[in-house]
Design a protein around this ligand. Structure first.
Ligand SMILES: [Zn+2]
Length: 298
């Protein structure tokens, strides 16, 4: 299985601009007997194929829905019963309207519904998102968590407050031993955190990753929001948590010393992590990540 993953890693070190492009190939990776990941433009998709139907977690951009359906048809001929959104961003929810029209129930944290219903401007990324059409909105929402029971599998989406955004959930497949982290975990650059207007925070990301690690054992596989899913997932996610905590604490103490944003960026608080976490052509590079952490803490 991991040989296949290695090939995918090579092909997935795409320039970040491509990660946000809305067209391109969909690639499938089998992660366990009943779980596949679909890569390609936009956020990674999890596909759980149970005895009584399919649950899809995230769905990239609307123009890709046909290709996504074709890739899922290769895995199973069953219907998609539920679509879970890990958060509201358009590269994870863009297909909602198409999948809902085909009969899937869209499930997400209640703030996904709220954010998708209004215009949102994110100054750090200079991006504006207009309200989504009614048909794209989640039809079932929850406040803290929600569970799905499929044969002997229990799937729970758990809200993690003020993390990548204020709408995030991690999705835990207990028997398959898989945790889909959405954009709490990036393996194609440093993580994006929507700290201005998006309700995200570095402390919330750290708390969410620590919760995921508490739910995990040594064999748990973690599904990232962007970039290839990591082999030896728990070890990689532990290293990720260490990076997040270290950079956060360094930036916090520099702020306490009275250093300016520019001085902190120039001090390179991420330096020893860059080789692993910045990657090639990242969407969020080391300086941008430092800036995100700084803005999150002031
Ligand atoms: Zn996102």
């Amino acid at each position: 299985m991991w040989q296949k993953a290695t090939i995918l890693i090579a092909s997935l070190l795409f320039p970040a601009s491509l990660a946000l492009a809305q067209d391109g190939e969909i690639q499938t990776q089998q992660v366990s007997d009943n779980f596949h990941v679909l890569y390609g433009p936009g956020g990674n998709i999890g596909v759980y194929t149970g005895d009584d139907g399919i649950i899809v977690v995230d769905n990239k951009f609307a123009p890709l829905s046909g290709q996504i359906n074709a890739a899922i048809d290769q895995i199973s001929g069953d219907d998609i019963k539920f679509v879970i959104n890990t958060h509201w961003h358009g590269d994870h929810t863009g297909g909602n309207e198409n999948f809902a029209a085909d009969g899937a129930v869209i499930v997400a944290h209640e703030y996904v519904y709220r954010r998708m219903s209004m215009e949102v401007f994110l100054p750090l990324y200079n991006s504006r998102t207009m309200p989504s059409p009614t048909g794209a909105l989640p039809t079932v929402t929850f406040a803290d968590d929600i569970s799905f029971h499929s044969g002997n599998e229990t799937i729970t989406a758990i809200h993690v407050p003020n993390a990548h955004t204020d709408t995030d959930s991690i999705v835990h497949f207990e028997q398959a031993n898989i945790i889909q982290l959405g954009d709490l975990l990036w393996t194609a650059g440093y993580p994006r955190i929507d700290v201005q207007n998006g309700g995200g925070s570095i402390d919330g990301v750290i708390d969410a990753i620590e919760l995921a690690l508490e739910l995990a054992d040594n064999d748990t596989q973690f599904i990232s929001g962007h970039g290839p899913i990591p082999p030896q997932g728990k070890q990689v996610v532990q290293n990720y948590a260490l990076m997040l905590r270290t950079v956060r604490n360094r930036v916090a103490s520099m702020i306490e010393q009275g250093m300016s944003e520019m001085q902190i960026i120039n001090a390179r608080p991420t330096e020893e992590f860059d080789a692993v976490w910045e990657g090639e052509n990242p969407y969020i590079d080391a300086d941008m990540f430092t800036r995100i952490v700084y803005i999150s803490l002031i």
